[in-house]
Ligand binder design. Sequence first.
Ligand SMILES: *Cc1c(COP(=O)(O)O)cnc(C)c1O
Length: 373
Amino acid sequence: MKVPFIDLQAHHRNISIKLLKKIEQIFYNADFVLGRNVTFFEKKFAEYCGVNYCIGVNSGTDAIFLALKSLDLNRGDEVITAANTFVATVEAIKAAGCRPILVDILPDTYNLNPDEIKKKITKKTRVIMPVHLYGQPVDMDPVLEVAKEYNLFVIEDAAQAHGAMYKGKKVGSLGDVACFSFYPTKNLGACGDAGAIVTNNEKIASKLKKLRNHGGIVKYQHDFSGYNSRLDSIQAAILTTKLEYLDQWNRKRQENAEVYNKLLKNVSEITTPKVDINVTHVYHLYVIKLEIGSRDQLRKYLKDKGIITEIHYPRPIHFIKAFRYLGYKEGDFPIAEECAKKIISLPMYPSLRHEQIEYVVQEIKNFIKEELL
Ligand SMILES: *Cc1c(COP(=O)(O)O)cnc(C)c1O
């Protein structure tokens, strides 16, 4: 049996006719950038997140970059975020002229540890950027409390958590601003690059509408020097169609996680994901930890059986060459460092079949029996 890490072909099989019809209509109207389709998607996605405004942009990375740009920060201002995240989080912070300040993660949810934030606050701190990693919301109440106490902005990096909830509220509605990626493999994915920023703050929203479009909304009227980071009509139309399926797809992911959890329950060498009591996890990724033996050996064993796995992420941010300039050293974020050595992401997507999950777990058990015991 083959179990790819993700199967975008299967994912699109049932909706491709619907999507192609929409694309055909856009060709007919030749309304390619921004326009009606984008405005409509923005309305729908804002509603979905339970916020007032959504601004469609080029990518999730741009969403973070522009969200920071909308806050009128000074060069060198500090943004506190997690040591374990996709590199784009810190790249966008750097690109916006700010300095990423890392905090360690929690060993069970892999999300940033809210108790670590206060220790990192300086006179230059302006923003806290929690990352809802793997599809599980960060414990936001303590984050929001610190932000309030020190008068800091909270920007959610929700690129992996479309539809996830914290205490009954959708991610995207928890901080001042939130950033989404619609990279094709995300829970809500375009057929190309796309992203969005959501907020309840009217001033920030109207600044963002200009920032993404050369500093203005009306043609040739530029209030300030902006960027070109517009969402295009084809991606917006695709996203509008796919948004109708998002909850259903997330439920499938949750069901698949349940199957993995149940089958791995009595395997003491494997730690399955821990879900906080206050959240719904939407399993962008299903990440396990191999507590003994070689994670890389397990990955190779599975690969030989046709099962593809990944690591998210093999290196915490402070071990990435491009971010050595931050001056952190080994031992600064011990939990992120430890997890990076042990974690494995198993195949996880809505179209993953139960028999495939059974096969993956059986082969994990075979590996443990043959190689570890
Ligand atoms: C995917 C992702 C991004 C970047 O999104 P792109 O659309 O690929 O630019 C940022 N942060 C996190 C946590 C992500 O997973």
